[in-house]
Design a protein around this ligand. Structure first.
Ligand code: GAR
Length: 178
C-alpha cells in the first residue's frame, strides 16, 4: 500500500494571520506543521490555537532558532504570510522560502506597499508571490495578480481587495512550488 506523503509547510507570521488560516483551509494537499510568529500576541497565534496548529513565538533576532526548529519539524517549504521582518540570512534555512507581498513587484517593496501605490497615484496595483532571497522583495516571481485602484480607494479598502487576491494566488503558488 502506498503511503500518502504530503508536503510539510512551515509558516511565518507577524500579524492577523488571515493568509495563514486561508492556507490551512485551502491547501489540503499540504500539511501545515508549524507556525512561527515574531509578535508574541498576534492574531495568527490565536488562529493557530483555534485551528490546532502548533505555533511558537521567536524574536526576529533569533533567526538561528527558527532555522533549527523548522529543520526539526522536517518542513519542506517555508511561507512568509504577513511576516513583517527581513530575514537576515535566508540561505541558512534548509528549504525554499516564499513570500506574499501586497504590490506588483518590483514596484513598492518593503513596508506600507499599499500606501506607496496610492501615494504614487497608480491606477493599478496588486500582489506578488516570490522566492525570498537576501535582497528585500527581490527574489524570482512565482505569481502576480493585478488589482484596479478606484478613485475613492483608501489604504483600508484597497488592502481588503488585494488580500482577497492573495487568498487565491498564495495557495496556487504553494501548489506550483510543492
Ligand atoms: C498581507 O497582505 C501581506 O501581503 C502583507 O501583510 C499582510 C498580512 O495579512 N505582507 C507584507 O506587507 C510583507 N512585506 P494577514 O496577516 O492577515 O495574512
Amino acid at each position: 500500500m502506498l503511503m500518502e506523503c504530503k508536503m510539510r509547510l512551515g509558516i511565518m507570521c507577524s500579524g492577523n494571520g488571515t493568509n495563514f488560516e486561508n492556507i490551512i483551509r485551502t491547501c489540503t494537499d499540504h500539511e501545515v506543521v508549524l507556525m512561527i510568529h515574531n509578535k508574541e500576541k498576534c492574531g495568527a497565534a490565536k488562529r493557530s490555537d483555534k485551528l490546532g496548529i502548533p505555533h511558537c513565538h521567536i524574536s526576529h533576532k533569533n533567526e538561528d532558532q527558527m532555522v533549527k526548529l523548522f529543520e526539526a519539524w522536517r518542513v519542506d517549504l517555508i511561507v512568509l504570510a504577513g511576516y513583517m521582518r527581513v530575514l537576515k540570512d535566508p540561505s541558512a534555512f534548509h528549504c525554499p522560502i516564499i513570500n506574499v507581498h501586497p504590490s506588483l513587484l518590483p514596484k513598492y517593496k518593503g513596508l506600507n506597499a499599499v500606501k506607496q501605490a496610492l501615494d504614487a497615484q497608480e491606477v493599478t496595483t496588486g500582489c506578488t508571490v516570490h522566492y525570498v532571497t537576501e535582497d528585500l522583495d527581490a527574489g524570482e516571481i512565482i505569481l502576480q495578480e493585478e488589482v484596479s485602484i478606484l478613485p475613492h480607494d483608501t489604504v483600508e479598502t484597497l488592502t481588503k481587495v488585494i488580500q482577497q487576491r492573495e487568498y487565491e494566488i498564495l495557495p496556487r503558488a504553494i501548489g506550483m512550488v510543492g
